[in-house]
Ligand binder design. Sequence first.
Ligand code: APR
Length: 244
Amino acid sequence: MGDHAPMKVSISPSDRVFVLTGAGVSAESGLPTFRAEDGLWAGYRIEDVCTPDAWRRNPAGVWAFYSARRASGWKALPNPGHFALAELEARLGDRFFLCTQNVDDLHERAGSVRLHHMHGELSKSRCERECGRLPVEDRNIYTSLDEVGRCPCGGRLRPHIVFFGEMPLEMDRIQEEINRATVMLVVGTSGSVYPAASFVHWARQNRARTVYVGPEPPLNASAFSQIVQGKAGEVMPGLFEVAD
Ligand code: APR
């Protein structure tokens, strides 16, 4: 291969691929990332909108923030990065697992099925009291707290979002999937929020190949065996060489 051959990620018939995505995969769909200079956290303080304490003190403010996220999320469309992952899943079947930190639904709208939202989902709400009832579909954009429904147990509905200080969802399942993966592909995440930033280390302990895709190296860049530098929507189509 010449020096200018595009970088490829080869997947063999015995490989199992675990993918972790972050806000960067949705950036080209027009959804801002969190930690860019003009990112979401630049206009907000996390402790005002995304913590259990914020919810207790000011549920109206939390709902205003997540209603705004819903409004932009519903308008956004999946980009070629999302579609490349859905196509990879179509090739690999159950040898593929996608864990996203994103709360938008762009992966599923691109066709991904074996998908887990570890930080929750914008399109759902759940009881603030953790009364045991499952999250419910809720695509409402609330303009006041009076519009927000209550659970049959009396608790107010809160966004189905993992706030800072809360445990990500289904960590056991994530750990199992990482344990059996031979390739870990991480796309568009700064490596600054744990436990997701540890996944690459867990994969390395199991001798998996570790690949990062994004325009700049993440904080945990040294843990990756391969870095594909570029925007997800530009470099992911055609990135994978899947052997049958
Ligand atoms: N393609 C790929 N990656 C991109 C692109 C792009 N087009 N544009 C930006 N990126 C990368 C940035 O280089 C950065 O490393 O996406 C990353 C976004 O990082 P963050 O803003 O920190 O977002 P993320 O890592 O997903 O945040 C993790 O933190 O605030 C919480 O719960 C929230 O799930 C989120 C978690």
